[in-house]
Unconditional design. Structure first.
Length: 215
């Protein structure tokens, strides 16, 4: 345990994770080792794996503010990749869909549908694979992870809802005429900017909460 914490503080979260796993193997009910394992995973960049650990920890101690806080941190990291993907998708698709209108060549509008479909399909597949990877990492605790993270963090719930709206709008964009699709993608881009603003506000709120926990 102690050596694991030293390794984590020295910037070696992977080695620290091995130490905490060994401590849990010797004592599966060691709550300190479980909590430190979640922190090590979070430092390593394995947000999904950390989420699963903190869900288990929160189940053993529902009143643990530190466990709930770290669960929310790991959940926020999970949403960052979809946010950037959807922002790039909506911006690029907006340019593609609106370019025939700007160039006053409506006959070219039909040709824009293929790249819109391809881009949307690629991002959709990446997001689905990300969710699948999250489910595998969190395992049977996936529903608890989602419900626990969303119910304890209103900004996270808003952030996720905005991303879901953008994904639906982007899918609708390939089904409607190009002129309308341009407006849809422009709206989706504005919503993703709102999601990024929500993320920044959440980050500031989490920093204030972290300082309170350290006192």
């Amino acid at each position: 345990m102690l050596w694991g914490r030293v390794l984590r503080m020295d910037g070696e979260p992977a080695a620290a994770e091995d130490q905490f796993r060994e401590a849990l193997r010797l004592d599966p009910h060691n709550r300190d080792a479980m909590f430190d394992l979640g922190i090590a995973k979070l430092r390593k960049g394995d947000a999904a794996g950390a989420s699963g650990v903190f869900v288990d920890f929160a189940a053993t101690d529902p009143k643990s503010k530190a466990a709930v806080f770290n669960l929310r941190v790991s959940a926020g990291q999970v949403l960052r990749l979809p946010t950037w993907l959807l922002m790039i998708l909506s911006g690029v698709c907006w340019i593609i869909a609106a370019s025939p209108v700007w160039a006053r060549t409506p006959d070219a509008a039909g040709r824009t549908r293929i790249p819109l479909i391809v881009l949307t399909a690629i991002v959709f597949v990446v997001i689905v694979l990300s969710i699948h990877g999250l489910r595998r990492s969190v395992g049977y605790r996936f529903r608890k992870f989602v419900s626990g993270a969303l119910t304890t963090d209103r900004l996270l719930a808003l952030w996720g809802a905005l991303l879901l709206v953008v994904l639906v709008v982007c899918v609708l964009g390939v089904l409607v005429p190009a002129a309308l699709a341009g407006w849809l993608y422009f709206g989706a881009l504005l919503v993703t900017l709102g999601a990024k603003y929500t993320e920044s506000e959440r980050r500031r709120a989490m920093e204030k909460e972290r300082l309170k926990l350290q006192r």
